[in-house]
Write a protein that binds this ligand. Structure first.
Ligand code: BTN
Length: 260
């Protein structure tokens, strides 16, 4: 069950029917000196999510990890995660599904409110159903990234019943399967475009974000912040307006809240 790739982006593709985790494979390629490789697997047996969570990754998804060595400081690396979210959102829109981004890098499908005033999105998935997630790992010295692995998981041709609660898939949203090879090629092309022009990343992210303007609760190291998300600042910090003033959050878990 191979995938066909017609790729117009500067990455070699390494395809596997199955791997424990494409991120782990990309990391070992990094240790061997590899660069500009997209590791793709039809299925993963030990897919990893953010915050040490498991990532369910059966056959039919788009599971890919991109190994690059961008010439930036480690502090700028979060930008590349945002770029991946933009690339996923754009590739998703191109196949007819209206995707938005929840800070920092979840791609959600949100639909309009239902007749009872509460949308299915609010009732099901904390402001949207999760279509894709991104796990970025890197190694760097003080002034330079040594390698960056951007792991992208898109629930493509999967039945939502096989996925965790609150998740959705392209199959479920479109009512038919996508051509995974073409989807992945578009995603990587778009990512390459953004990576080549880092100043374009934040503006593109802002345009596609569903988090800005909303009330949010962000769990960050040791504390939870509640307030209105007003902006994202370089290299990707969420700015939250709270009762005590403005807080900048660099990493954490964000939940969209209903307006009080
Ligand atoms: C998250 O939302 O928690 C991030 C999920 C990232 C999943 C992808 S699938 C390809 C790559 N390989 C992994 O083991 N994880 C990432």
């Amino acid at each position: 069950a191979g995938i066909e790739f017609g790729l117009d982006a500067p990455y070699a593709i390494e395809y596997h029917d199955s791997l424990p985790s494409t991120n782990d494979r990309a990391r070992s390629l990094a240790a061997e000196g590899g660069v500009d490789v997209a590791v793709v697997a039809d299925a993963q047996s030990g897919g990893r999510g953010r915050l040490e969570r498991e990532w369910v990754a059966p056959s039919g998804g788009v599971w890919v990890s991109l190994l690059t060595r961008p010439d930036v400081t480690p502090a700028r690396a979060p930008l590349f995660t945002l770029a991946a979210a933009v690339a996923v959102a754009d590739a998703t829109r191109e196949v007819g599904v209206d995707a938005t981004i929840k800070w920092p890098n979840d791609v959600l499908v949100v639909d309009a409110g239902g007749s009872d005033g509460e949308s299915r999105a609010d009732s099901v998935g904390r402001g949207g159903r999760k279509l894709a997630g991104i796990l970025t790992e890197m190694e760097g010295e003080a002034d330079r990234v040594s390698w960056l692995v951007v792991g992208i998981g898109v629930n493509a041709n999967l039945d939502p019943e096989t996925l965790p609660a609150g998740a959705t898939s392209l199959r479920a949203e479109r009512g038919e399967d996508v051509d995974r090879g073409r989807f992945l090629a578009r995603l990587l092309e778009r990512y390459a475009e953004l990576a080549a022009d880092p100043d374009a990343i934040l503006p593109a992210w802002r345009e596609r974000a569903s988090t800005l303007g909303r009330r949010v609760r962000v769990e960050t190291v040791g504390e939870a912040i509640t307030g209105r998300a007003v902006d994202v600042e370089p290299p990707g910090a969420l700015v939250v307006e709270t009762d005590d003033g403005r807080a900048r959050v660099h990493a954490g878990d964000c939940e969209h809240l209903r307006d009080a």
